[in-house]
Write a protein that binds this ligand. Structure first.
Ligand code: ADP
Ligand code: MG
Ligand code: MG
Length: 882
């Protein structure tokens, strides 16, 4: 097999297409060489050798030797320097480089090829003893550290002590004799530490370094980085051996890093820094403050430091030219390493640059404008998941902060405010103009008003799909959930974490993007949607097939979603409307009523309120589709549990507390989520259907008049398992429609559809489609019922399941494949009966880019998600359609 790929002198065995085998660094060095950029010649040993190295018991196979020897000879042909030649020594770097960039995680050895003889040769040849010995000491330290395992701190101590003794402050003050002395001390340190001489055989050095760099694939840092970024362990690293060029050869030499555009703002300007008379590692080590590249940057923030543009105008002009060439060639922002040796520029690395989301947007839109990429490619370049960052305030990364604990980043954005522990209190304080953060052990629907009033929410229990997380995301409130390391005492109204106690009213900051909770106030950056955002969204809208709707429970939510460009409401959960104001009492009366008449009376109180909400919703939506889901809560969410609340309801109903308590006991269920809810409740209590249908129809007529158009509500029945359930409810709705049409002397346009959120409904979708005029997959419940798993309890063990490899993602965040298969069956069987069946998804998954890709594949009509996710969904739907 071919293991060794040479590059240099305008040629290369490999190219950018060989990233898998040559690693990103090796492949791009080959490519740069091919397109004629000045790249020091070298060769790359392919990533397969990494596996071979480990299989061979962490040893390099002998078969590699002749291949490397041959490549070294080829390198010599470009430069005239030979590896091991005392008079004209070749020095090399030995560099790591995997398929995916793992910056700084693996090892590199520079200046290899020096021993006591060749260092003298180098000094004679260059006429620079000081440079030669400076380079030798760098090599000994690095080789001893990386290959021999001697702590580099020991070398630094020697150097520091020496400088102190001689009264030197900076390295450039040291003369040749000083470095010669340092080299001697370094070598004896190695002898003392290891009991053997620093290796003088250049072959041994080279093999040692190549093996060590392959070995660094399995160092703890690299392993941890791969876990974090989902990089497979079996990819392995390549090793590149490359001719050294020297940025430390005097004041006409330098080394630096350049981004072809500003990676934080996206501005089209060279961005980077350099160090005079230094080697690459010095920039990273941060021992000296680097200088800016451009005159402009130097004027703006260079503190009077001379720019490369001014210091070396010729080399700078070449660099600028090469940057433009690389950007056009790779058609993306490049992050580049360069070195200038005695005025001559060399390119040492190029890769796609990491960038902020804001910069990503600007660069994609600009590059499409410059004709470097197409609009379609621009749309593909943006990670939908990152758009979230743009839509919420974020912590100023330069701010000082005391992090108290970390929880789950449940809903993005950051917020500061007074900490409160009670939802009503949050509402009260908000009405007095305070900004509050609501802290709860966990939240329930009774807290929803308080959550709405709060600027942010934090819980100490619960996962990414806990009530707090789901509701907060829907509202666009930042939320940190499940901060297990914090303790809330609801009695005392305190939160304790990291030994700090926050009392009610103390200022706390939460960051729902990172999960941090922080003491006190932190400066924030406000979201600032650039025109680029609008442009990219417009391009995305032109590409996508699926509609994007929003889930909105209240008129306020609906107003917000329109700003984000949703094309309708895919889910309006009517029960959330009942937690407002005093409606909850009427609602409880309705649920607890013992007779039809009593229930009707309570419902009659709710009717005008519902009608008003729907009218507001229809008006905001201006004729766009609105899907309203009939009543679907597990009843326990509505039953009063505290004495005060029970007394209130008893009074309103005119019954005794004891009697009401008995009724509550009768109604309570063992598994409310699987109990009498959704269609089951509506079948048993059809009066609820009557009231809700009437409210919807009357609102449609009223707001239709104002809009000079007909409003066509889509009425959706939750938790349907059989056609017959749907039929009974549909008939009730039709009866109400007929009655309202007669009363108002008008005709109504509406549809009745079914939620598909039970495995059974997926399987009998054909039957259900005979009655249902549309489907909407409720994937939260469908996931729960497919796994037989309660999402409110799953947080306890899903973490362990992920650790043990039982699941590889939270099925409540990204759709599980089996749940997807049920959906596919539902789509297929539903459309077999009703070919033009409109089908949507309205679970949490509707805002997840990966799930959206799947929805495109199975031909859904639309996805519906929380308002803040709408831009994410628009982009993801476009990418899925391309
Ligand atoms: P990393 O992946 O950690 O950046 P690199 O292999 O890129 O490691 O090397 C580390 C530093 O050494 C970089 O600054 C690089 O530019 C410099 N370097 C690597 N090879 C050479 C070389 N042949 N000549 C000069 N500098 C080099
Ligand atoms: Mg590098
Ligand atoms: Mg449901």
């Amino acid at each position: 097999p071919k293991w060794v790929y040479s590059f240099g002198g305008g040629h290369a065995d490999g190219s950018a297409a060989d990233k898998d085998r040559l690693g990103g660094k090796g492949a791009h060095l080959a490519e740069m060489s091919r397109i004629g950029l000045p790249v020091p010649p070298g060769f790359t040993i392919a990533t397969d050798m990494c596996a071979a190295y480990y299989e061979n018991g962490r040893k390099l196979p002998d078969a590699l030797r002749p291949m490397v020897d041959e490549a070294l000879v080829q390198m010599a042909s470009y430069t005239g320097a030979h590896f091991g030649d005392v008079e004209h020594p070749l020095l090399v770097s030995v560099r790591s480089g995997a398929r995916a960039s793992m910056p700084g995680m693996m090892d590199t050895v520079l200046n290899l090829g020096l021993n006591d003889e060749t260092v003298e040769g180098l000094a004679r040849r260059t006429g620079e003893r000081r440079f030669a010995y400076d380079t030798y000491r760098r090599f000994i330290q690095m080789y001893a550290d990386v290959v021999l395992g001697v702590d580099h701190g020991l070398f630094e101590d020697i150097l520091e002590n020496y400088k102190a003794l001689k009264g030197y402050e900076l390295d450039p003050e040291l003369q040749a004799e000083d470095w010669i002395e340092i080299v001697a001390r370094f070598k004896s340190l190695v002898e003392k530490e290891l009991g053997l001489r620093f290796p003088q055989s250049l072959r041994d050095q080279l093999w040692g370094a190549i093996a060590a760099v392959f070995g660094s694939w399995q160092n703890a840092r690299a392993i941890a980085y791969r876990r974090l970024h989902d990089i497979p362990d079996d990819w392995g690293t390549a090793v590149t051996v490359q001719t050294m060029v020297f940025g430390n050869k005097g004041d006409n030499s330098a080394t630096g890093v350049v981004f072809t555009r500003n990676p934080s703002t996206g501005e089209n300007e060279l961005f980077g820094e350099f160090l005079l008379n230094a080697q690459g590692e010095d920039v990273v080590a941060g021992l000296r403050t680097p200088q800016p590249l451009t005159k402009q940057a130097s004027a703006a923030n260079g503190n009077g430091k001379v720019s490369l543009e001014e210091a070396m105008p010729e080399a700078f002009a070449k660099l600028k030219h090469n940057c433009a060439a690389l950007e056009r060639h790779f058609r993306d922002l490049q992050d580049i390493e360069f070195t200038i040796e005695a005025g001559e520029l060399f390119m040492l690395q190029t890769r796609a640059g990491k960038r902020s989301t804001q910069a990503a947007l600007k660069i994609a839109v600009d590059m499409a404008g410059e004709g470097i990429i197409t609009q379609e490619e621009a749309v593909m370049r943006i990670d939908p998941a990152h758009l979230d960052q743009l839509l919420h305030p974020t912590l100023d990364p330069n701010a000082d902060m005391t992090v108290l604990a970390k929880g789950l980043p449940a809903s993005p954005g950051a917020a500061s405010g007074e900490i409160v522990f009670d939802a009503d209190e949050a509402v009260h304080l908000k009405s007095q103009g305070h900004t509050v953060i609501l802290a709860r052990i966990e939240t329930s629907p009774e807290d929803v008003q308080g959550m709405h009033a709060a600027a942010g929410i934090l819980t100490t229990r619960g996962g990414m799909t806990s009530h707090a997380a789901v509701v907060a995301r829907g509202m666009g409130r930042p939320c940190v959930a499940g901060v297990a390391a914090a303790h809330i005492d609801l009695e005392r109204e305190t939160l304790e974490a990291s030994g700090v106690v926050l009392r009610k009213g103390d200022i706390v900051t939460i960051d729902g993007s990172s999960g941090k909770i922080i003491k006190g106030r932190v400066t924030m950056r406000q979201p600032d949607l650039s025109p680029d955002f609008a442009t990219l969204m417009e391009w995305a809208d032109g590409l996508r097939r699926m509609e994007v709707r929003a889930n909105a429970d209240t008129p306020a939510d609906a107003g917000m979603h329109r700003d984000f460009g949703a094309e309708g409401i895919g889910l309006c959960r009517t029960e959330h409307m009942f937690f407002q104001d005093n409606r909850i009492v009427a609602m409880r009366e309705m649920i607890l009523a013992e007779t039809k008449e009593a229930r009707r009376a309570a419902l009659a109180e709710l009717l005008p309120e519902q009608r008003q909400d729907f009218m507001a919703l229809f008006k905001i939506m201006k004729g766009l589709p609105v899907t309203i889901r009939l009543f679907d809560p597990p009843l326990h969410e509505f039953l009063p549990h505290e004495e005060d609340a029970i007394a209130d309801v008893a009074e309103a109903m005119g019954v005794e507390i004891a009697r009401l308590s008995r009724r509550i006991a009768v109604l309570s269920e063992f598994n409310p989520m699987l109990g009498q809810r959704g269609a089951r409740l509506l079948v048993s209590y059809p009066e609820i259907v009557d009231m809700q249908a009437r409210a919807i129809f009357e609102a449609a007529i009223e707001s239709g008049k104002e809009l000079h158009d007909r409003v066509r509500p889509e009425i959706m029945v939750p938790l349907v398992a059989t056609k017959r359930e749907l039929d009974l409810i549909k008939e009730r709705i039709a009866e109400t429609a007929r009655a309202v049409e007669k009363e108002r002397e008008t005709t109504l346009a509406f549809q009745v559809g079914s939620m598909v959120e039970l495995p059974r409904a997926c399987l009998v979708a054909g039957e259900i489609a005979e009655s249902a005029e549309f489907f909407s997959f409720g994937t939260n419940d469908l996931t729960q019922t497919t796994f037989g798993l309660s999402r409110d309890d799953a947080g306890r063990f899903l973490g362990e399941y992920a650790d043990k490899g039982i699941i590889n993602h939270d099925p409540f965040m990204t759709l599980d494949a089996a749940v997807g298969e049920l959906m596919e069956i539902g789509v297929e069987r539903g459309r077999a009966v009703r070919p033009d069946l409109k089908i949507g998804i309205c679970g949490e998954h509707g805002g997840d880019p990966e799930t959206i890709g799947f929805c495109e594949k199975i031909g859904l009509t639309y996805v519906s998600c929380s308002p803040y996710r709408v831009p994410v969904a628009r982009l993801a739907a476009a990418q899925a359609a391309v």
